[in-house]
Design a protein around this ligand. Sequence first.
Ligand SMILES: *[C@@H]1O[C@H](CO)[C@@H](O)[C@H](O)[C@H]1NC(C)=O
Length: 184
Amino acid sequence: MKWAIIVLLLHLLHKIKCEQSYEVTNEKLEPFEGDSETLVIFDGLKTVGRERALNGTFKFLGDMNNDDFKVSVELYSSPKGDGEFKRMVMDVPQTSICECFKKFYVQFVQPSVKTGETTNFPVVDEDFCPVPQGDFYLKNIQFNTKDWPSQIPRGSVKAIITFFSDDKNVGGLIVIIKVEDRQS
Ligand SMILES: *[C@@H]1O[C@H](CO)[C@@H](O)[C@H](O)[C@H]1NC(C)=O
C-alpha cells in the first residue's frame, strides 16, 4: 500500500516536471528566400521517419551581429488542422538576433538538442553573440517541450520565422507543428 502511494507520487511528480498536457509533431517545414539576398538557408532540413523527426542541415552565410540582424516570429493557429490559419496574439516582433536566440532558441529548441551529438550548433548562453556563420546539422530531433508554455492551442500551429539584415528580409523558415492532447 505504501509502495503504491510512493509509486503514484513519483508518477505524478514526473508528469508535473517533464510532461506537458500536449504532444507535438512536426508537420511541415518550408524554407523561404530573402527579398534580394538570402543569408540563412534552411532547405537542407527535412522531417524523417514515422516520428517526423527534424533532420538535415542549415547554413548561415555570415556572422550575424546583434546590431544589424533581427528576427521576427509570426504565429498562426489552425484549431481544426485544416489549413485555415488565424493570427495568434503571441507574436514576437522584430527582435535583435542574439536576444531572440537567447530567449526563444533556448526555450523552444535547445532542450531538444545536444551540442556535439545531435547538432554542431553551439550552446546558446548569456554570452552568445554573434550568431555564427557556418554549416550546421540536426540529427533526428524531436521537440522536447519541457520549457514550452503549458497552454498552446491544439490543432496546427504555424510559425513564420523571418531573419532581417538592416530591415531587409534575408530568408527564413516556416514551421508547422501538430499539437494534440497527450494520450495517457
Ligand atoms: C539526415 O541528414 C543527414 C545530413 O544531411 C543525411 O546524411 C541523412 O541521410 C539524413 N537521414 C535521413 C533518414 O534522411
